[in-house]
Design a protein around this ligand. Structure first.
Ligand SMILES: Cc1ncc(COP(=O)(O)O)c(C=O)c1O
Length: 373
């Protein structure tokens, strides 16, 4: 089987051993005579798959019992709406820290369902650094504070957890499971699966019990929510239904479970964090040590997962991408809004993939970049 080093930002590469398991179990899951994706979602077989996946995720992130884990659909984009729908009314104010493309999308959508207050927008510095918290314009009584932990496109990350009075809501689509986190710092953590969890179609939402509406659909302040939220976006209803209010994305759920098993076998998120840091350091060293490649983000705020870089001569971009692909290094093109290149190096990108990229970058520079070095 030919496998490339796929640097796609998502859907992204899955671990090789997970692909193998998927192949082995495809037609006959554990002697059931069915593939996991052919099973009824309420069958005993699928229930065991679903429960194990949740238990393993809880284990990996040390998720306390006071939090629900929801397996939802609609991607992180649906959460941009679901968060304000579940956590506040249209009159409530919510704080949004804007550090790049995805937090801009989140606030644009969120503003349709609440009074969105932008506490800071890093557009002022081209999304290359994040001014300190004393410069954030927090509102007095925010229903929640939303931010994107790692901006997948700009390659910018917030290195510390914000300290706010309001419950913290974080989009961890491109950073979840890449390092240990303290779940109790957050009210809601959400992440689309297709980067660090598994195939697209699944969105993980981890929500603190006390933020759920009560059984009458009222929040703690007595504001009526019932009927105002589509059932599939309603955290309370999804939690009560064990994420099976309707047919869940069974294949993605099953495959995510295999990724969780693989992560545990690797030693868990602490081990992944050390490996991810080493991979990112290696790539940033190659970029910073050359006059031909550049990354514009201030060192303190650089992403460990998504590393954009520009070539000194952008007319060489196409040749770079072609020659990289010939080496089995694919999907390196930067997002259309940024240009240049971007290497997404999630958990499943092996060290050898980064080594191969760094070696290729050096060679490309020697062959085409003399004028710049
Ligand atoms: C940080 C972040 N948030 C949100 C999204 C949107 O996710 P989805 O396509 O699952 O709606 C992405 C997708 O790349 C992302 O990287």
């Amino acid at each position: 089987m030919k496998r490339v080093y796929n640097f796609s930002p998502g859907p992204a590469m899955l671990p090789g051993p997970v692909i193998e398991r998927l192949r082995e179990e495809m037609g006959d899951w554990h002697g059931s005579g069915m593939a996991a994706m052919e099973m009824g979602h309420r069958s005993a077989e699928f229930t065991s798959i679903a429960e194990k996946a949740e238990a393993d995720l809880r284990d990996l992130l040390s998720i306390p019992d006071s939090y629900k884990v929801l397996f939802m659909q609609g991607g992180a984009t649906a959460q941009f709406a679901a968060v304000p729908m579940n956590l506040c009314t249209a009159d409530d104010t919510a704080d949004y820290l804007v550090t790049g493309y995805w937090s801009r999308m989140a606030v644009r959508e969120g503003a349709r369902f609440c009074q969105a207050n932008i506490v800071l927008d890093t557009a002022d510095n081209g999304d290359t650094s994040i001014p300190e918290a004393d410069q954030w314009r927090l509102s007095e009584r925010a229903a929640f504070f939303h931010y994107v932990d790692n901006e997948t496109i700009g390659g910018l990350r917030l290195p510390t957890v914000p300290v706010t009075k309001a419950p913290l809501v974080v989009d961890m689509s491109s950073s979840i499971l890449s390092e240990p986190i303290n779940v109790e710092d957050y009210g809601v953590i959400y992440a689309g699966a297709q980067k660090n969890i598994g195939p697209a179609g699944l969105t993980i939402v981890i929500v603190r019990d006390e933020l759920l509406a009560d059984n009458n659909g009222n929040d703690k302040k007595g504001n009526a929510r019932k009927g105002a939220i589509p059932g599939v976006l309603d955290y309370r209803r999804m939690a009560d239904a064990g994420s099976m209010l309707n047919t869940p994305p069974t294949f993605s759920w099953y495959a995510a479970g295999l990724v969780f098993e693989w992560l545990k076998a690797q030693g868990g998120v602490e081990k992944m964090a050390a490996r991810n840091r080493a991979k990112a350091d290696r790539l940033y060293r190659a970029i910073d040590g050359s006059a031909f490649y550049a990354n514009p983000v201030a060192v303190k705020y650089r992403s460990v997962m998504n590393i954009p870089f520009m070539l000194a001569d952008e007319s060489l971009d196409t040749l770079f991408l072609e020659q990289a692909a010939e080496r089995g290094l694919t999907s390196l093109q930067g997002h259309r809004s940024v240009g240049g290149m971007r290497a997404s190096i999630y958990n499943s990108m092996p060290d050898e993939g980064v080594d191969a990229l760094v070696e290729f970058m050096g060679e490309f520079e020697r062959n085409h970049g003399q004028a710049f070095t």
